[in-house]
Design a protein around this ligand. Sequence first.
Ligand code: C5J
Length: 221
Amino acid sequence: MWLVADPFEFRYEWSSTMLVIIDMQRDFIEPGGFGQSLGNDVSRLSSILPACQRVLSAWRERGGRIVHTREAHRPDLSDCPDAKRNRGQPALRIGDDGPMGRILISGQPGCEIVPALMPQADEWVIDKPGKGMFYNTGLHERLQAAGVKSLVFMGVTTEVCVQTSMREANDRGYECLLLEDCTESYFPEFKQATLDMIRAQGALVGWTCSSQLLLQSWDNP
Ligand code: C5J
C-alpha cells in the first residue's frame, strides 16, 4: 500500500504495520493530572481525541494490530531516577498524590489511558519508564517476533514521547509515519518544529500525513 505523505510517498504492507498510540493518559490530557501540574493548558491535547478515535476504530475494523504506551512507574519508584523526579518545580512530582491518584504510577486512575481510547483485550499495552518506548520495555523484541516493519504513530506529546519513540524506532530499522492531526503538544511551536524535523532531509526520522490521507490510502492498490 502507499499514501501521499511528507516529504514523499510512504509505502507499507498492512500485514507488517502496527498502530502505536503514545501516552494518551489522563495524567497528560485531563485537568488535575501531571500535565496541568507542570503549568500546561491540557485542553490543547484533548482536542485531538476525535481524530484519534476515528483512526483507532477504523484500524480495529480493518483488523490491524495496535500498541498503546503509558509513561508509568512502579509504586516504589525504583524505575524513576531522582534526576527525572526532582527536575523542575512542578506542583506535583511523579509518585505524589494528586486528584487522580499518584502521578504517573502504574495502576493509578490518572495513569490510565483516557476512556475514549481505552485499549481492548487483544491490544498491547506497554508501560515505559522513559520518554522513548524502547527503553527498558522489551518492545523491540516483541515487534521483531511479530514481524513488524512499519509503525504509524499517534499520541502526546509530539516533541517529547512521540518524537523520542519515533527516533528510537527509526534507529532500530522501522519505517515510521506520524499522523499530524492525531498528535499534539502543550506548545504549538514545538509540534510544528517536530513535524518539520521528522520529515527533513528526505525523511530523516520518518514521514507525516493527515489521518484522512491514511484512511483514504486503504483504497489504493
Ligand atoms: C511528557 C510525554 N511530556 N508523554 N511525556 O513528559 O510526552
